[in-house]
Design a protein around this ligand. Sequence first.
Ligand SMILES: NC(=O)c1ccc[n+]([C@@H]2O[C@H](COP(=O)([O-])OP(=O)(O)OC[C@H]3O[C@@H](n4cnc5c(N)ncnc54)[C@H](OP(=O)(O)O)[C@@H]3O)[C@@H](O)[C@H]2O)c1
Length: 332
Amino acid sequence: MRKHVMTPSPRADGEADLEVSRLCLGTMDFGTKTGRDEAFRILDRYAEAGGNLLDSANCYAFWAEGGTGTDSERLIGEWLADRGMAGRMQVATKVGADRARPEEPYSGRNREGLAAERVREQAEQSRDRLGVESIDLYYTHVDDRSTDQAETVEALGSLVADGTVKALAASNHTTWRFHRARAIAAERNLPAYRAIQLRYTYMYPRPSTVPVPEAIQLPATDELLDYAESENVAVFAYSPLSGGAFDREDRRPPPEPVDYDHPGSEARIAFVRKVAAELGATPGQVVLAWLMAHRAAVVPVIGVSSVAQLELALGALEIELDAETLARLNAA
Ligand SMILES: NC(=O)c1ccc[n+]([C@@H]2O[C@H](COP(=O)([O-])OP(=O)(O)OC[C@H]3O[C@@H](n4cnc5c(N)ncnc54)[C@H](OP(=O)(O)O)[C@@H]3O)[C@@H](O)[C@H]2O)c1
């Protein structure tokens, strides 16, 4: 599988490049909705196909039936150990979106946040569950407006200095907050975020009614994509297949936490199906190919619950969308 080289920009002392495959494998449901055996088969096939980055978090998936929040990281740790892949398969994980008080309902006000102590403690626990010496890409999962950003930046920098984290990224941040954190890091010659992970698919979201600081998920915006392209920042696109809404009649565009359930989505789904039929591909494959064709370095974080779904996602790597098809998709 072809790779993107994620170069630190600016580069702080000791920071190295990170090479990531064009498709990142999401593992949010592994160990809960997707059982151990199928998850292992998916991981084996992804590695065999040349994929080199798994996406997890310290809270996957506490909301699932029987989920503890550590299921995904533990399953990855078991697989890395069983297959001798620790240090050979890269792992991204996240801090900041777990519950502060697990006994209370989850909300924007009940999150662990990004205080230095929490970040350092959680990185240690993630490394322990994963069984790795270092986390290849460490994300702040969601912004925390109640903690001074400089405190978080310093804490993340100390993890890179210790060698327990190789590269940094943020998820669910607005462009201005993401840029601000990068500027604070640059001023102090500390490692800066070099990637951002947002919800991004071939549909436009409805404007949100949730105040931004309380939102659990944020979608990619044109402004963010322009920033990413100009500043050499990689964009990890999560939930790219929208739960199967492009491929399956019985799946609707999701109304939450980002709202895609409106007539504009119907038009885009119909159009991507038409293009897929022309190309002899599946609609989901065209969506993934469209994301990967972006002028910015966009890496879809795929969610699959079977090897068959993974094979379809891998098929997207074979699709080259020509300029005319891209223009038609963009204009639809
Ligand atoms: N940073 C964040 O805040 C954040 C948030 C959400 C997710 N993520 C990351 O993104 C990853 C993917 O997220 P997601 O699971 O929400 O992704 P998604 O692309 O919205 O949905 C994946 C689901 O789509 C269905 N699907 C996949 N391939 C299909 C196909 N060929 N035909 C029909 N249906 C198909 C499957 O549903 P069934 O299993 O029901 O068949 C699969 O579980 C996660 O694992 C996680 O790593 C990050």
